[in-house]
Ligand binder design. Structure first.
Ligand code: BES
Ligand code: ZN
Length: 642
């Protein structure tokens, strides 16, 4: 053999050996993970907000068959659940969460074809959790079918009269399941650590379109006939199951993005959301592929109680983001970011909520930076830190902790700026310490390695320790513990910096000191964020005279931007600026977004005169509010919640 051939043969043999070895180890690795998957059942954290028993019997798939009955304001139909029993749980029943459900009958089946009636029992009602539904399972049961209907005041649904919509002609219905409202329209294991796929058949009046957080929206749109089908083929936590029904139209925004809304809102929505496809692309560059297929948005009527809700494949959004200048689209960045943090890697329980929202707020700012630039990011981060500081000043210490203790409390009480802004500052702190490149790699690896899993704070902290901090002398375990387990903001918390805001402050101070008139404030080129900062720089009791000067100069009582209007109205109440009261009433009777409504009623309720005004306005506004917003305002005005 000449040397050339010899060399080749050696190379060939070596390659063969390496190849064989590679495939053996890879296969061994594969079968090891398979074995691990099968032999070590998922560990469940203690979830104080669910009655369910997934460690014994868990549901894997939910098949819904619903009639949407607008005249009765109920969903009526069946939920068929695929159940899986742990090997050591032979006699355990299936335990589900419910709230205000009318259960007609329960059946079980071994093959999904022939069903037999089985016994079930509803527990006494707990004010926060609802009632457990215990269903007896024969040994061979693989399917459980529950026949039920919702009640008209179901906490997770809102039924709107035609007058409450933009078109004023057709009724509208939408769901909002986070945190624990899925149980008010589906009997299921309503814990975020139980992941399910789902499918649905939905019958509606023929002229209306149903959309869900699933595949099927576009096909249904093309064949509008009041009989719609959906499928979510990726395992998701139950709080992400969502439906809306109304006179909806679709407009494409990009190759996998689009918007649904009422016909009269479609133009404005498409304009405002035009950057959505770009946002998806930029997020993918940092955090890896978008794994859900399409990303569409649904712009709802104004009673939607939140800014946005990250229902998979179909973000639900308030129409109050439609400012006309794309200035409030950080909300889109936020809900989109949940496609990684929250929907892909999910908080296991509501005490781990900061894993969803802190990561998402951090990602949101990264998306804003990528699409709109660093100055915009820093303005938004500054506003975020400011509002967190204000909130912390008036907060119970126990609520200042990221890993908050919610035992015996409504998970809604964890919905504060802490999981969002303190969580985001923690991640920004880590980024600043280790450098962006390393931190991005870490976060991407975190998403990949926990994809489609629900995890606790402990799991995250362990992963952080092993994959980012071990060998790093700059961040100690004590630092991490301070961020995660202690109240308040650590001394070393990042401080966002905005040059634009410094200029705004100079203007504000010149005006306040009398150096310049309101009309001389250089505000021509100000963005929404600069306006917000300007107003927030005013002292709390700026006085009715200055309020009037500002209003004359800038027409603030008439401003259309919802965030600026909200800030102005809050100041108006604090300073008893009477000229803004008609606008206040108009705002509170036309918008049901809790983030705006609650603080305004809170502020009114601080004085007897304000309380009277609040009650008068609420008498007109309450019936238009979503049950979630109603509950918040009822509490402020001490009404018995219905
Ligand atoms: N997932 C939340 C909304 C939520 C949280 C609903 C907890 C119910 C319980 C959503 O992603 C969110 O954070 N929305 C914010 C907007 C965002 C830009 C901060 C909102 O609605 O204000
Ligand atoms: Zn969020």
């Amino acid at each position: 053999m000449n040397t050339k051939i010899k060399k080749r043969a050696v190379f060939f043999c070596a390659a063969l050996i390496i190849g064989v070895f590679w495939s053996i180890t890879a296969n061994a690795q594969k079968s090891k993970t398979n074995v691990m998957k099968n032999s070590s059942p998922q560990k469940y954290a203690q979830d104080f907000h669910s009655y369910s028993n997934p460690q014994a019997v868990k549901i894997r798939h939910v098949d819904l068959d619903w009639n949407v009955l607008f005249d009765k304001r109920v969903l009526q139909g069946t939920a068929t659940l695929n159940v899986e029993r742990a090997a050591n749980a032979k006699n355990e029943p299936l335990i589900l969460d419910t709230r205000d459900l009318q259960i007609e009958k329960a059946e079980t089946s071994g093959d999904g074809k022939s069903y037999k009636t089985t016994e079930f029992q509803l527990s006494a009602v707990d004010k926060i959790l609802g009632a457990s539904l215990t269903i007896k399972l024969p040994a061979n049961a693989k399917f459980v079918r529950v026949f039920y209907s919702t009640i008209p005041t179901a906490s997770g649904l809102q039924w709107l009269m035609p007058e409450q919509t933009a078109g004023k002609k057709s009724p509208f219905m939408f769901s909002q399941a986070q945190a624990i409202h899925a149980r008010s329209f589906i009997p299921l294991q309503d814990s975020p650590q139980v992941r399910v796929t789902y499918s649905a058949r939905v019958r509606t009046p023929k002229n209306l379109l149903a959309v869900m957080s699933a595949e099927g929206n576009s096909q249904n749109n093309n064949a509008r006939n009041g009989d719609y089908r959906f499928a979510m083929t990726k395992p998701i936590p139950p709080y992400l199951i969502a439906i809306a029904v109304g006179d909806l139209q679709f407009r494409s925004l990009g190759k996998r993005t689009g918007v649904y809304t009422e016909p009269s809102m479609i133009e404005k929505s498409a304009f405002e959301l035009a950057d959505t496809e770009k946002m998806v692309e930029e997020t993918e560059k940092i955090y890896g592929a978008y794994r859900w297929g399409r990303y569409d948005l649904l712009v709802l009527p104004p009673s939607f109680p939140f800014g946005g809700m990250e229902n998979p494949m179909l973000t639900f959004a308030t129409p109050t983001i439609l400012a006309g200048d794309k200035s409030l689209v950080s909300l889109v960045a936020h809900e989109l970011a949940h496609s990684w943090s929250g929907n892909l890697v999910t908080n296991a329980t509501w005490r781990d909520f900061w894993l969803n929202e802190g990561f998402t707020t951090y990602l949101e700012r990264r998306i804003i930076e990528a699409v709109y630039g660093l100055p915009r990011r820093e303005m938004e981060a500054t506003l975020g830190r400011r509002s967190l500081e204000e909130e912390l000043a008036a907060m119970d210490e126990r609520d200042e902790i990221l890993h908050v203790d919610l035992k015996g409390r409504d998970p809604d009480e964890g919905f504060t700026g802490v999981p969002y802004e303190k969580g985001a500052l923690f991640l920004r702190y880590l980024e600043e310490k280790v450098g962006r490149e390393k931190f991005d790699r870490f976060v991407r690896g975190y998403f990949d390695s926990h994809a489609f899993q629900s995890i606790t704070t402990e799991t995250f902290v362990d992963y952080l320790q092993k994959n980012l901090l071990s060998g790093n002398s700059q961040i100690s375990r004590a630092d991490v513990d301070e961020w995660v387990e202690k109240a308040g903001l650590p001394q070393n918390a990042p401080q966002p910096k905005s040059d634009a805001f410094q200029k705004v402050e100079t203007q504000a101070n010149d005006y306040l000191s009398g150096k310049i008139q309101a009309s001389a404030v250089q505000s021509k080129s100000w963005t929404t964020q600069e306006w917000l900062h300007f107003l927030k720089t005013m002292p709390e009791k700026v006085g009715a005279e200055k309020m009037s000067e500002l209003d004359n100069a800038f027409n603030l009582t008439k401003v259309g931007n919802s965030e600026i209007a909200f800030q102005w109205l809050l100041m108006s109440i604090k300073n008893d600026y009477a000229a803004a009261y008609p606008r206040l009433e108009e705002f509170l009777t036309s918008i049901g977004r809790r983030k705006f409504v609650k603080p305004l009623f809170d502020e009114l309720a601080k004085t007897p005169k304000g309380t009277k005004r609040a009650n008068d306005i609420y008498a007109k506004a309450r019936s238009g509010y979503h049950p979630i917003t109603q509950a918040s305002v009822d509490q402020i005005l001490k009404k018995e919640s219905k």
